[in-house]
Write a protein that binds this ligand. Structure first.
Ligand SMILES: [Mg+2]
Length: 307
């Protein structure tokens, strides 16, 4: 019997899920689909790009590996079912470190009633890399897609934006519950999660929807971290627009719906109106009396001072 501590641990600690007939312990997992569509997403994170292994705890890395994938399920308004995780670890890594990494992943998976139904681990001469694939299912309220936003729709964001490098990018809570709640109770035109910064991600949503947008600088919710890091008020806005890895939701909703959502504030996290969709395809930033094209900056992953 081949020793694989990761698989052994997963086998001993596996959670059951009604849609997972066979999880860890055989050659492959067997899922039991029901009438609802399956939603599948995959994301790879690696040392030096998405985190600095020397500057954070392995639990945080595991949390992020699972969290970025859950955020994509949230973006689609899908209920999490199962995750599959593959770890590539440097050959000198201690077993305890790998265990802590798995703890970080499995804790977040458990929080969202998701089972880790498969995985693999290998050692190599490179840096730590983790790939997670998640499987979810749609509810009867359907998917939340990037396409579907109409001119006049109000743009809403959850939480606050910018400065995630100060820690949020490692300890964020994916907005799965929020997205499922909103799609169940409100009529949403379009939505996505914010992973690369509002400026870049808004462009993706409007491109998919075939519309433009106008957002108002002083309405953008700026995180405390972004305020701490910023050199000036303009810099705060820039950070909120471009830092990335906020893992909040961006939604386009019909105006009447937006009025209700904003008045009710149905989530534990604030929902803020930042602007609206327009006809055409341009993106505009309204800054006081001035209106200028929204700068096309957004966070691009690269080796930087991320920690
Ligand atoms: Mg996404």
């Amino acid at each position: 019997v081949q020793e694989n501590p990761f698989i052994d641990w997963l086998t001993r600690n596996q959670r059951t899920h009604p849609q997972v007939a066979v999880g860890i312990g055989d050659d492959a997992a067997i899922l039991t689909p029901d009438a609802r569509d399956a939603v599948i997403s995959t994301d790879l994170i690696c040392d030096g790009v998405h985190f600095q292994a020397t500057a954070c705890a392995p639990e945080q890395i595991g949390h992020k590996a699972m969290g970025v994938n859950l955020s994509d399920l949230a973006a689609m308004a899908a209920e999490p079912i199962a995750a599959f995780a593959s770890l590539l670890v440097p050959s000198d890594t201690e077993q305890d470190y790998v265990q802590r990494l798995i703890d970080g992943m499995s804790r977040l998976a458990a929080e969202f009633d998701m089972t880790i139904a498969g995985g693999d681990t290998n050692t190599w001469c490179g840096l730590l890399a983790i790939n997670v694939t998640v499987v979810g299912r749609l509810t009867s309220h359907g998917p939340l897609l990037r396409r579907g936003a109409q001119p006049g729709d109000v743009l809403l964001v959850t939480g606050s934006l910018g400065g995630s490098i100060q820690g949020h990018h490692l300890d964020f809570t994916p907005r799965v519950r929020e997205s499922l709640y909103l799609i169940e109770h409100y009529n949403l035109s379009a939505g996505m999660d914010l992973s690369d910064g509002l400026a870049m991600d808004l462009r993706r949503l409007t491109n998919a929807s075939g519309c433009g947008a106008e957002i108002v600088a002083r309405q953008i919710p700026i995180s405390r971290a972004a305020k701490r890091m910023a050199q000036s008020p303009e810099d705060e806005i820039e950070r909120a627009l471009g830092d990335g890895e906020d893992f909040e939701l961006l939604l386009a909703v019909p105006p009447s719906e937006a009025v209700e959502i904003l008045a009710k504030q149905p989530l534990d996290v604030p929902l803020i109106a930042i602007g609206h969709c327009t006809a055409g395809s341009e993106l505009w930033l309204v800054d006081g009396a001035e209106k200028r094209p929204l700068p096309e900056r957004g966070y691009e992953h690269g080796a930087d001072d991320r920690q």
